[in-house]
Design a protein around this ligand. Structure first.
Ligand code: FES
Ligand SMILES: [Fe+2]
Length: 336
C-alpha cells in the first residue's frame, strides 16, 4: 500500500490562536464569501450586516447600486448597524451618532465641537458582487472578479435554473471546530458509511467521487439503485458549497468565528410549485447530515486539542479533496 504523508498538517494548526489570526487574514480576508441571496438587498436602502471570519461588514443598496463597507465607524469604531438586516436612508453610528451617506461619505459629526475633514473619514469599502441571485463579499481589492473566482462552480451550475428558485429556509449553526476540520470533512465520502447511515442507504459511498478543478471540487455518487444523480454538488475553497438539483438548491457558506468555532449558514431555495413535503424532506435530511457531521467533527476537534495527535495519513482512494484543502491553506499561509 502506498501512502502520502507529506504536508499533512500538525494538530496545532487546528488549535493555535495565532494560526487562526493568520488564516483569517490570508484566506478569509482575500477570498469571496457567500453571505446569502441578492434579494435580501433588493429594495433601495435595504442592508445586510454580517460578521465574516471576525470581520464586521455591511452590504447596502444605495439607490440601486450595491455597496459594501466595514461596519466600523471612523470616529472610534462604533457599529453603524447591528448584525442582521434592515432598511435605512443613511448610516448613523450607534455610539455617538456620526452619520454617513449610503455611499460611505461622512455627512455629519454630531455635536463634535469641530468639523472633521469628511474626506478623510469615509467608511472603508469592501467588495460586493452578485452571481445568479447569490450575494458575495470580499475584503481584497486584488481578488479576481467573482465570476472568474467561481471558475468551475459557474460552469457546472449553468444548466440549473437557480434564479427561479425561491428561498424557503435559512439557518445558522455554530460548530465547536476549527474551520479546517469542517472543510476537510466536506471533501470526502470515506466517512459516509460510519457517520451518515441514512445517506449511506441512498448512495453507494464506495463509489463516491471527488474531482478537483482548480480551487473547486465536484462531488458525485451513484444511488444504490444504480441511478445517476441529477444534481451537482460543488465546493469552492475555502467555504462555499452549492448543492444543485433540477427543482431546488442548498447554498452552504461557512467561516471561522474563532480558533475552534465555525459558523455554517444554510440557504434553501426551491422551484415554484415544489410540493411542501419534498421541500421539508430535503431540508430535514440536510440538517440531519449536518448534525452527524457536527458530532464527528467536534469529537475530532477535542482530540486535536488533547495534545496527543500525531500527523495522520490520507487515503489515495478517497481523500484527494482533503489534500487540496491542506495544500490551498499551506499555499495561502506560505504567501501570507
Ligand atoms: S464611534 Fe461612531 S460616532 Fe463615535
Ligand atoms: Fe459528512
Amino acid at each position: 500500500m502506498t501512502t502520502e504523508t507529506t504536508g499533512v498538517p500538525a494538530a496545532r494548526t487546528y488549535v493555535d490562536p495565532d494560526r487562526y489570526e493568520v488564516e483569517r487574514r490570508v484566506v478569509f480576508a482575500r477570498e469571496w464569501t457567500a453571505v446569502g441571496v441578492a434579494s435580501a438587498v433588493a429594495p433601495p436602502g435595504s442592508y445586510v450586516s454580517v460578521w465574516v471570519a471576525g470581520y464586521p461588514l455591511v452590504v447596502v443598496n444605495d439607490a440601486g447600486t450595491l455597496r459594501a463597507f466595514q461596519n466600523v465607524c471612523r470616529h472610534r469604531a462604533g457599529p453603524l448597524v447591528d448584525e442582521g438586516s434592515g432598511t435605512c436612508g443613511r448610516f448613523v453610528c450607534r455610539y455617538h451618532g456620526w452619520a454617513y451617506a449610503l455611499d460611505g461619505r461622512l455627512t455629519s459629526a454630531r455635536d463634535f465641537g469641530a468639523e472633521p475633514d469628511a474626506a478623510s473619514f469615509s467608511l472603508v469599502a469592501a467588495r460586493v458582487a452578485t452571481w445568479r441571485g447569490l450575494l458575495f463579499v470580499s475584503l481584497d481589492p486584488a481578488e479576481p472578479d467573482l465570476e472568474a473566482w467561481l471558475g468551475a462552480v459557474a460552469r457546472h451550475s449553468a444548466s440549473f435554473p437557480m434564479e427561479t428558485y425561491a428561498v424557503t429556509h435559512r439557518s445558522s449553526h455554530d460548530l465547536a471546530v476549527n474551520w479546517k476540520v469542517y472543510a476537510e470533512n466536506y471533501q470526502e465520502g470515506y466517512h459516509i458509511p460510519l457517520v451518515h447511515p441514512g445517506l449511506n442507504r441512498q448512495i453507494d459511498a464506495s463509489r463516491y467521487e471527488v474531482v478537483i478543478d482548480g480551487a473547486v471540487t465536484v462531488h458525485a455518487a451513484p444511488t444504490r439503485d444504480g441511478a445517476v444523480t441529477d444534481g451537482a454538488w460543488l465546493w469552492h475553497f475555502p467555504g462555499l458549497a452549492l448543492n444543485l438539483y433540477p427543482t431546488g438548491m442548498c447554498l452552504e457558506s461557512y467561516w471561522p468565528t474563532g480558533p475552534a468555532s465555525t459558523r455554517v449558514e444554510y440557504t434553501f431555495a426551491f422551484a415554484p410549485g415544489t410540493p411542501d413535503d419534498e421541500v421539508d424532506g430535503a431540508v430535514a435530511s440536510s440538517l440531519a447530515i449536518l448534525d452527524e457531521d457536527r458530532a464527528i467533527c467536534e469529537a475530532v476537534q477535542r482530540n486535536l486539542e488533547s495534545g496527543l495527535v500525531r500527523p495522520g495519513v490520507l487515503s489515495p482512494r478517497h481523500e484527494a479533496g482533503v489534500a487540496l484543502v491542506q495544500r490551498l491553506v499551506a499555499d495561502a499561509v506560505g504567501h501570507g
